[in-house]
Design a protein around this ligand. Structure first.
Ligand SMILES: Nc1ncnc2c1ncn2[C@@H]1O[C@H](COP(=O)(O)OP(=O)(O)O)[C@@H](O)[C@H]1O
Ligand SMILES: [Mg+2]
Length: 459
């Protein structure tokens, strides 16, 4: 009951009735968290619960013992049920025998405890506690989401290359390589992953002790620190051969390719919605230069290919529990060849917006220039002297371009009949398109101020 009361408070304070606050479903959800899955519910009810729990999850910090742990638990259970019901992936049953899978990894000692962990969106994460000669040692076991990542072996090859490289760099800088990047624990057969009988891929990393991750930036300082961490990540990897990395999601931020695909989607008009979206389509078509900017700059030799993280959110950082300083960048699944402006841009798109991605009232959607400035200062500082002048100059285009790309992706999905993003009401994707369009306009209108912000941050 405590967890539920807490959730309701959080919801009413910050969620403003935006999510479907379905009491029956939520109560049921708490029941589910308390024990057992119970009878199957209709899929719509699961979706209600999912969004409810996701709302809580997004608003709460992850700590192991507090109420947010219950939110994380609810979220995980429900998202798994939804995924399974949608046929997207298999569920790890609560009675999953982790012992069998962990035995295949080269971990000394005996498994004492295994429990779902963290608030990740994509993979399934489990905390393992081992007893090795009387001392406790923790590890993180993850099942890689094969719905999102079609080639987990390539993903793990990237992760191995990056983490080995980072460890050397961190040591050279006088840092702690065991704490400031992930440590992959290989399987007994020497590979960096284990494939189970269902064809699922598992990996283990050493648990980074005395750290915590936050779901959202609570202060501008948090956002600044997030910038420094991802900037530093870029700088450490600035001489890594980016073109040797696999694209774990092909064409992920190739906005030009997405634009070309968008033209096809409009042409086909599969869901018969083109007629009602003339304005939005025109918005996208009239900004074709935004779609072409990054690839053309690269092809003209103006900006280099970089190793990019591609999910530059605060919840992919581990902060020191005592100091609230970022220690380690995690979630290396989407590390790919890309452009510095993209990592910068995606963080701004999500972190500097004053509203949720699907806020129906666009007057509430603003690009907060103070937050923009904080992130820019952090990111540029973190990159040290590794960014070229041209790269710094093009950072604002990164933020514009990525936000535009997201508008295009939401609109394309709406025009295709809502096939990719989960939606809870008929115009959900269109509402999301509008928030991104508003952000694009905000950035366009404030272009001069933004240029000044970047110039000041780079000085
Ligand atoms: N080695 C680790 N040590 C401590 N915490 C970790 C470790 N790996 C992951 N985590 C925690 O688990 C969460 C989910 O992991 P992540 O790789 O980001 O999965 P997802 O792709 O599902 O987001 C992270 O946000 C972080 O809090
Ligand atoms: Mg993550």
């Amino acid at each position: 009951m405590t967890a539920f009361a807490f959730e309701k408070k959080v919801i009413s304070r910050t969620y403003d009735g935006r999510r479907l606050l379905c009491e029956g479903a939520a109560t049921r959800c708490t029941g589910l968290a308390a024990g057992g899955m119970g009878d199957p519910l209709p899929i719509d009810t699961y979706l209600d619960i999912f969004y409810y729990a996701d709302g809580c999850r997004q608003l709460c910090r992850r700590d192991q013992f507090g109420p947010s742990c219950a939110h994380g638990h609810i979220y995980r259970m429900v998202s798994e049920m939804v995924s399974e019901a949608c046929g997207k992936r298999k569920v790890i049953k609560s009675e999953m025998n982790y012992e069998k899978i962990t035995k295949k990894f080269d971990i000394p000692g005996e498994l004492k405890k295994a429990a779902p962990f963290g608030n990740g969106h994509i993979n399934d994460t489990v905390l393992l506690v081992f007893d090795a000669d009387g001392s406790e040692k923790k590890y993180v076991l993850q099942r890689i989401n094969r719905y999102v990542f079609k080639h987990p072996d390539e993903l793990m090859a990237n992760m191995r290359g990056i983490t080995d490289f980072l460890k050397k760099k961190i040591a050279l800088e006088g840092g702690d390589p065991g704490r400031e990047t992930l440590t992959i624990i290989p399987a007994r057969d020497g590979l960096d992953y284990v494939i189970d009988e269902d064809g699922e891929y598992w990996r283990v990393t050493a648990f980074v002790e005395n750290t915590v991750s936050y779901e959202v930036s609570e202060t501008p300082e948090d956002f600044y620190l997030t910038g420094t961490a991802f900037g530093h990540f870029q700088s450490l990897l600035s001489d890594y051969p980016a073109d040797t990395l696999y694209e774990t999601i092909p064409g992920f931020h190739n906005t030009r390719a997405r634009f070309i695909n968008f033209l096809k989607v409009v042409e086909e008009d599969k869901a018969g919605r083109v007629g009602e979206c003339r304005e939005e389509i025109e918005f996208i078509l009239s900004r074709k230069d935004l779609a072409y900017f990054s690839m053309e700059s690269y092809e003209k030799g103006e900006i280099p290919l970089r190793v990019t993280h591609n999910d530059t959110k605060i919840n992919n950082l581990l902060f020191d529990t005592k100091e609230r300083k970022p220690v380690c960048v995690v979630d290396l699944d989407t590390v790919m060849p890309g452009f510095a402006m993209t990592d910068f841009g995606d963080a701004i798109r999500t972190g500097a917006s004053t509203a949720m991605e699907d806020e129906p009232d666009v007057s509430k959607v603003k690009c907060d220039l103070h937050l923009y400035e904080e992130f820019a200062k952090g990111f540029i500082k973190g990159c040290g002297d590794k960014l070229t002048e041209k790269e710094i100059e093009t950072l604002p285009m990164g933020a514009l371009g990525i936000t535009y790309e997201q508008a295009l992706r939401f609109l394309a999905d709406y025009l295709e009949g809502d096939v990719y993003y989960k939606t809870t009401y008929p115009k959900h994707n269109l509402v999301r398109t509008h928030t991104q369009m508003k952000l694009v306009q905000e950035m366009e209108e404030n272009a001069d101020k933004i240029r000044e912000i970047i110039a000041k941050a780079a000085f």
